[in-house]
Design a binder for this molecule. Structure first.
Ligand code: ADP
Ligand code: MG
Ligand code: MG
Ligand code: MG
Length: 400
């Protein structure tokens, strides 16, 4: 047993050498810390002579963003590796392979996906990913269905749920997504240029009531094992392949929170196209692509989720005519509401997205921020009335 301490690049090499079957004996390995997150170290370890490589991700006991003053449980490394293995059992082609989890050092050794790029970066470069919606729709349908009371034995699910009690990471979401953006909190971070709109949001009690409902769902609706942080920075892509990483926020929560995260991040890039598209025609073309992708994500999810339900041995009472449609309609509403919350926090709250923050032109950036906020607010306010995903498309287009 090795006592926990953050590894150096050299120690990461020594560690990698102890794992059988990854590298040839005596190979001269190189190591680089490539993490861009705030909570973890990510080492890329490779053997330049053979091309073999792995990733070693180690949890830090605090959030880097605010120094060591924000402690975070190292148990999230276990949660991340166990979630990756459950997801890998359901969709092996859509997550990195896990080679080893070490509880003492809070680290996971996994497949190197450096031949992919982080989707957020790809969308900022206005690339097109023709397989993405089919892949992520299947990921959502498989992982959410088979970890819920519909797709697994209900007593086993209660045991599974206890494996994913994740209070520290849930608290980050409860505060930073569902609370702080709606009040004058110290953690908020927004451009002075949009202060008028932010203050309008702080006093919008109709909006707060909807956010309170959605937060209540996040706190109490243990519907399925969520990824918990499914933004486009947690998705690696190529034109042909999609890989979901970083499920350290995994816990039992409402399915719409994961689906909504994907939709929100497509819409954040949609708003950001104020700054990335060279002209009106290409902007409208890329925005159409983003909206079609969002719609395809929902349609693929819905189709596959319903098919799994129809094919599987769900309990008798849940097969009652009409119940499946009631269930799926509620998922749509949750998806839309959570998507709205995820958009608003990325403009007002602590953590922003490069799709908007990295826009250089100040007036384009301000337009992107205002557009994102108006889409986010409209989604939150409308979510309980929604009956079709087309309403999301209408909201995005009408706010432009
Ligand atoms: P965090 O939880 O700190 O956000 P991530 O798991 O998102 O950590 O990883 C941070 C970065 O490290 C990713 O954006 C990516 O650049 C790199 N990375 C993480 N996992 C892999 C992997 N399996 N293969 C290649 N690069 C990876
Ligand atoms: Mg670094
Ligand atoms: Mg990450
Ligand atoms: Mg993370």
């Amino acid at each position: 047993m090795t006592q926990y301490h953050p590894l150096t690049e050299q120690e990461a090499i020594e560690y990698a050498k102890t794992i059988p079957g990854l590298f040839k004996d005596g190979a001269a390995l190189s190591s680089r810390e490539i993490g861009d997150g705030n909570l973890n170290l990510v080492f890329h370890i490779s053997d330049p002579s053979s091309g073999a490589s792995i990733i070693l991700k180690q949890a830090l006991p605090y959030a880097k963003v605010v120094g060591e003053s924000w402690p975070l449980s190292l148990d999230r490394a276990r949660i991340e590796s166990e979630a990756l293995q459950i997801e890998g059992g359901l969709c092996p082609d859509l997550v990195p392979r896990v080679y080893k989890y070490d509880p003492d050092l809070a680290l996971t050794v996994m497949e190197d996906l450096s031949d992919h790029i982080i989707m957020r970066k790809g969308l900022i470069e206005r690339r097109v990913y023709p397989e993405f919606a089919a892949h992520i729709g299947r990921f959502l349908a498989q992982t959410l269905f088979f970890t819920s009371d519909l797709g697994m034995n209900q007593q086993d699910k209660k045991v599974r749920l206890q494996q994913f009690i994740n209070p520290d990471l849930c608290k980050i979401t409860e505060d930073l997504i569902f609370d702080h953006p709606y009040t004058d909190a110290d953690t908020n971070s927004f451009d002075e240029a949009i202060r008028d709109e932010v203050e309008t949001i702080w006093s919008d009690t109709e909006l707060h009531l909807e956010v309170a409902r959605l937060r209540h769902g996040f706190l109490t609706n243990a519907q399925a094992l969520l990824h918990g942080d499914l933004h486009t920075g947690s998705i690696f892509v190529t034109e042909k392949s999609t890989k979901v990483i970083d499920p350290e926020f995994a816990y039992y929560g409402p399915m719409g929170f994961d689906i909504g995260a994907v939709i929100a991040n497509l819409l954040l890039n949609y708003a950001g196209q104020e700054g990335w598209s060279p002209d009106a025609e290409s902007r409208s073309e890329y925005r159409n692509y983003l909206l079609e992708t969002a719609k395809d994500v929902w349609s693929t999810f819905e189709l596959q989720f319903r098919a799994l339900w129809n094919e599987s041995n769900v309990d008798r009472i849940s097969r009652t005519e009409g119940f499946q449609s009631i269930y799926v309609e509620q998922l749509l509403r949750d998806t839309i509401g959570y998507a709205g919350c995820k958009i608003v926090r990325r403009v007002i709250g602590l953590a922003h997205v490069a799709d908007i923050d990295k826009i250089e032109d100040a007036s384009a950036k301000e337009r992107a921020q205002r557009l994102a906020l108006s889409i986010g607010k409209a989604l939150i306010k409308h979510h309980r009335q929604a009956a079709s995903f087309d309403e999301v498309i209408d909201i995005a287009t009408n706010e432009t």
